[in-house]
Design a protein around this ligand. Structure first.
Ligand code: NDP
Length: 285
């Protein structure tokens, strides 16, 4: 009688974590691609992230996703980093191997793949507004710039944080020699700087939607045919309602969630799952 080898273990760590859709997404990817693995949602105490990861590695865990509020700690814990994780200053995917902990950030490519692949939006030459300057915004700046938009304006309640993000991204882009973050194309400010301006794509990467709030957007912000993208998912948001009211097309962040998971799955398993059926599965409830 042959005994099949044990499944490889993966998990997502967060606090809170019970709501996570990642176990369902990775189970669907594994079934679709015939990969033998388990993936669970694990709670880590606020002061116990590093210990939780060490424990999971010690038990044979092969890799992990990391969500709020541990992405910066995961960055600090990584012995080696991908260029995109370095640019983001945050890590959402860890891979464990003989060389130690490797940290990657798949949020940015997740957003770009959802916009370009699932939503059919060509980002080249578009005027993009990115709202927010926290972890999620940081992860998507360089991947968005790499698509060659006409401009990327970062707006934040605390304007200085958006300006810091621009300075950091410009520096990194010049170091990576991508030439993507020329000052003419990348700039930042507070919400008052948006008066009279129009954008083809507005990405809400603030945590405002979580609290049912809407940042102070001026009327007429959405250009004709604009797409409004809220990184939050699971319910309608004041941001998407406002965008619809102004005639813009709206999209939530569920596609980004599945796309960032697919990129993590590819890093771990070397196999790229199809995302459309998994997005459809989650939308069906
Ligand atoms: P952070 O806490 O790091 O950043 C929060 C940002 O939101 C800051 O820029 C903050 O501004 C701003 N903000 C918070 N409240 C308000 C408000 N009432 N009005 C205006 N701005 C506000 O959070 P993250 O960046 O980690 O996450 C942001 C969102 O993105 C969350 O909803 C999260 O669920 C979502 N997300 C979705 C993903 C997906 O795959 N779909 C992946 C990652 C995140 P200030 O600096 O002034 O405090």
């Amino acid at each position: 009688m042959s005994v099949s080898p044990p499944s490889d273990r993966y998990a997502v760590f967060g606090n809170p974590i019970a709501h996570s859709k990642s176990p369902r997404i990775h189970a669907a990817f594994a079934e679709q691609t015939g990969q033998r693995l388990t993936y669970e949602a694990l709670f880590a105490p606020l002061d116990g992230f590093a210990a939780a990861i060490a424990g999971f590695r010690g038990e044979g865990g092969r890799g992990a996703n990391v969500t709020v509020p541990f992405k910066e700690q995961a960055y600090a814990l990584s012995a080696r980093l991908s260029a995109r994780a370095e640019a983001a200053g945050a890590v959402n995917t860890l891979a464990f191997d003989a060389d130690g902990i490797y940290g990657d950030n798949t949020d940015g490519v997740g957003l770009v793949n959802d916009l370009a692949g699932n939503l059919g939006l060509r980002l080249a030459d578009k005027r993009i507004l990115l709202m927010g300057a926290g972890g999620a915004a940081r992860g998507v700046v360089l991947p968005l710039l790499e698509q060659g938009p006409a401009e990327l304006f970062i707006v934040n309640r605390t304007a200085a944080k958006a300006e810091d993000l621009v300075a950091q991204a410009s520096l990194l882009a010049s170091r990576l020699d991508s030439g993507a973050a020329t000052p003419a194309r990348l700039s930042a400010g507070g919400y008052e700087a948006l008066a009279g301006r129009h954008f083809d794509l507005v990405v809400n990467a603030t945590a405002a939607s979580l609290a049912g709030d809407l940042p102070p957007l001026p009327a007429g912000l959405f250009a004709e045919g604009a797409l409004a993208y809220d990184m939050m998912y699971g319910r309608d948001t004041p941001f998407l309602a406002r965008a619809r009211g102004e005639g813009a097309r709206g999209a939530d962040g569920l596609g980004m969630l599945v796309e960032q998971a697919a990129e993590a799955f590819f890093l771990w398993r070397g196999v790229r799952p199809a995302t459309a059926p998994v997005i459809a599965l989650l939308r069906a409830g």
